[in-house]
Design a protein around this ligand. Structure first.
Ligand SMILES: *[C@@H]1O[C@H](CO)[C@@H](O)[C@H](O)[C@H]1NC(C)=O
Ligand SMILES: *[C@@H]1O[C@H](CO)[C@@H](O)[C@H](O)[C@H]1NC(C)=O
Ligand SMILES: *[C@@H]1O[C@H](CO)[C@@H](O)[C@H](O)[C@H]1NC(C)=O
Length: 381
């Protein structure tokens, strides 16, 4: 509902009013337009999100100067010029006095904080009589507001997790999709939030949302699943208990599915295997060494010429190979990993002919030969 924007429009007449006050008879009209509420920022990712909040992202202003610049750039240029000319005639001390007055006024008028905005949004979500359109807009606003890590923590304290998790049951797919996206964001690298979202029972709901028929929903849900269980052993066990591995296999085996989903599924597998390796414990996720799962990963090599996909397949295999419970012979005989790696080598050599893809293909080839080496060493054991 653009509360922040409303806040600005509330402020601007004061700013411009003060400008007017410096020159009699000139009225400065606002031209159209305003800070655009940046709605859907494309592609979340799972790299550690240590980027701090950038005040410009959401159309807010981090400083008085920023706000003034915005006001000036949206005012009528001819009149501003006139204003500036009159301003030049004002003495320095007069000008200074005006600026001080403006500054004091701005400090008096409180721009709502992110926490206040989130509170309003959450209470709107709690209101069952708002329209579907408003509900979606409120969720999109929250999706922007929760970006900074501090806000993710506040969001939890304000009861946002309960309200947003509840939206996963909503009959409208866009509502569910945006809710999943928000949950994914707030869970990233935040053990406390992960734990609470798990306790609210979101994981089984999110897993059910990863269906191939609604691609956007499936993408955001899978993103949220990954964020929820990343480096979280309790979450990983629940994922296993809820047959998350079958969901992964269904995605990897479906040759007509969106490739982004396959890539996300591969990253998830690689993460899970890595997490097992780092925790150096007996595998409590036996599915990671399951022959059908391994085969679904290896078989992907033959289905696509997308280098990024091949790269992600290799990253996953590299971690899976290193698990104690993964058997080299299963990979050799049941999955035909040796043949697949040879085929990939051929593909990469062909791609290297294209000078625009050469460097990338060489990087992938270097990973491929590393995987081959680990595989052969494991076979010898
Ligand atoms: C919204 O509802 C949740 C769950 O019922 C509650 O915990 C939270 O305090 C409510 N928040 C607001 C702002 O209404
Ligand atoms: C809930 O939303 C309706 C429709 O927008 C509004 O009339 C009502 O005041 C809201 N209730 C609360 C408690 O905010
Ligand atoms: C495979 O993906 C396509 C496209 O997303 C979908 O329509 C189809 O139902 C999926 N097949 C299976 C067996 O899940």
């Amino acid at each position: 509902m653009g509360f922040r924007i409303l806040g600005l429009f509330f402020l601007l007449p004061f700013v411009l009013g003060l400008m007017n006050a410096t020159v009699d008879g000139i009225d400065t009209n606002l031209s159209s337009g305003g800070p655009i509420w940046s709605t859907v920022k494309e592609e979340e990712n799972l790299v550690p999100n240590d980027k701090q909040y950038n005040g410009d992202l959401d159309g807010g202003f981090s400083s008085l100067e920023g706000m003034l610049q915005w006001a000036i750039s949206h005012a009528d240029p001819a009149k501003l010029k006139e204003t500036a000319e009159v301003r030049q005639q004002l003495s320095a001390s007069e000008l200074n006095k005006r600026q001080m007055e403006l500054k004091e006024l701005m400090e008096e008028i409180k721009v709502p904080s992110d926490a206040e905005l989130m509170k309003i949004a959450i209470s709107d979500l709690n209101n069952s009589s708002i329209t579907l359109e408003d509900r979606l807009r409120v969720l999109q606003e929250l999706n922007v507001l929760v970006e900074p890590i501090d806000n993710a923590n506040d969001f939890n304290k304000l009861g946002g997790l309960v309200s947003v998790t509840r939206e996963l049951y909503h009959p409208d797919p866009s509502i569910r999709t945006t809710a999943a996206w928000i949950l994914g964001k707030v869970c990233q690298n935040n053990l406390v939030v992960q734990q609470q979202v798990l306790e609210l029972g979101a994981l089984p709901l999110l897993l059910k949302m990863v269906k191939p028929n609604f691609i956007e929903e499936a993408n955001k849900a899978l993103y949220a699943v990954s964020a929820l269980i990343r480096n979280n052993l309790a979450g990983q066990e629940l994922f296993s208990a809820e047959d998350g591995d079958l969901m992964v296999q269904n995605i990897l085996r479906n040759s007509s599915i969106d490739i982004r989903l396959q890539k996300k599924a591969l990253i998830l597998l690689a993460d899970l295997a890595q997490s097992q390796l780092e925790n150096a414990r007996r595998s409590e996720l036996p599915f990671l060494s399951d022959r059908d799962l391994l085969k679904s990963v290896v078989d992907l090599i033959a289905t696509s010429t997308d280098l990024d996909l091949q790269d992600k397949v290799l990253v996953a295999i590299k971690s899976l190979l290193q698990l104690k419970t993964t058997e080299a012979l299963v990979l050799k005989d049941f999955c035909a990993l040796g043949d697949a790696l040879n085929k990939m080598k051929q593909l990469l050599l062909n791609v290297m002919v294209d000078e625009f893809q050469r460097d990338y293909a060489m990087d992938v080839e270097s990973l491929r030969s590393e995987v081959e080496y680990i595989f052969h060493r494991k076979l010898l054991k």
